[in-house]
Design a protein around this ligand. Structure first.
Ligand SMILES: [Zn+2]
Length: 284
């Protein structure tokens, strides 16, 4: 049986971007950024299959206790974390589309899950920092010199608030991180091909970023597609991260609803959506 040409092209593009696939129990598949991993930071971006949630079926929903059974989410998380191998304690917070960064000092602290923030940082080993997304941009950071890492949730509000820059600042203040030592992996999100926004977002970006117009592709009247991957890439580079150390996963959650949950598309199709998890940890 021959492999379709578009599959080969997509795999080559992934590889060139620094990403590849990894398998876990139950047929779960996750994407990993290899250059980040080679510097001592195992990481994984989840996909939607191989789980036990009805979203609509066999879905790997990794968050949202109000919409899914807690035991489903627990089992899905176990399967997802198995793609990394070894024993890890997962730390993920209550995301609010804000710009606060939580420093994880005790991964056993049960309050972390209800802590309102949109980024986590640590230099502890054995901890997986996780952010939940479905169309928003997950950004994972690792600094091999100090051993600090961070996971960031950047939707349009977080991008506007420059949350990746705030995460870098927290890594500097807490762990002595210098941006030039950081490597970044930017995961599956609604990309510039699909993510349409209205006047409010366009104007807010224009007010904040002088090059904002180059992020937009106008569609209908006062609406445009916005490239949040590129927006976050620019922020990382402007903050001092080398351009060659920022890896963008070339997969769009809205184009690839076969692979990922998409808040915008799944809600149209099924009335609800699951959540992806993007995680990074420091090797012990
Ligand atoms: Zn797309």
């Amino acid at each position: 049986m021959s492999i379709p040409m578009e599959t080969i092209t997509a795999e080559t593009e992934l590889e060139r971007a620094g990403f590849g696939w990894r398998a876990g129990v139950g047929g779960v598949r996750a994407l990993a950024c290899y250059p980040l991993e080679r510097e001592g930071f195992p990481n994984a971006f989840s996909t939607r299959g191989g789980g036990v949630s009805p979203f609509p079926e066999a879905a790997l929903n990794l968050a949202g206790f109000d919409q899914d059974a807690a035991e489903n989410i627990r089992e899905n998380r176990r399967r997802f974390v198995s793609t990394l191998g070894g024993a890890w304690k997962l730390a993920a917070c209550w995301q609010v589309h804000g710009s606060d960064v939580l420093v994880v000092r005790d991964p056993e602290d049960p309050r972390i899950e209800s802590e309102r923030c949109d980024a986590l940082a640590t230099n502890l080993t054995g901890v997986l920092l996780g952010v939940k997304t479905a169309d928003c941009v997950p950004v994972l950071l690792g600094d091999a010199r100090t051993g600090a890492c961070a996971a960031v949730h950047a939707g349009w509000r977080g991008t506007l608030a420059e949350i990746v820059v705030r995460a870098l600042a927290m890594m500097r203040d807490e762990f002595g991180t210098e941006a030039r030592d950081v490597r970044a992996a930017v995961g599956p999100a609604a990309l510039g091909c699909c993510y349409e926004v209205g006047r409010e977002v366009i104007e807010a970006f224009r007010e904040k970023f002088k090059d904002a117009d180059t992020l937009f592709t106008p569609t209908a009247d006062v609406r445009a597609l916005v490239d949040l991957h590129e927006a976050n890439r620019r922020q990382l580079v402007a903050a001092g991260v080398a351009a060659g150390r920022v890896h963008l996963l070339p997969l769009c959650t809205m184009c690839r609803t076969d692979l990922f949950f998409s808040y915008r598309n799944d809600r149209k199709l099924y009335g609800r959506t699951g959540r992806l998890l993007s995680v990074v940890g420091r090797r012990g």
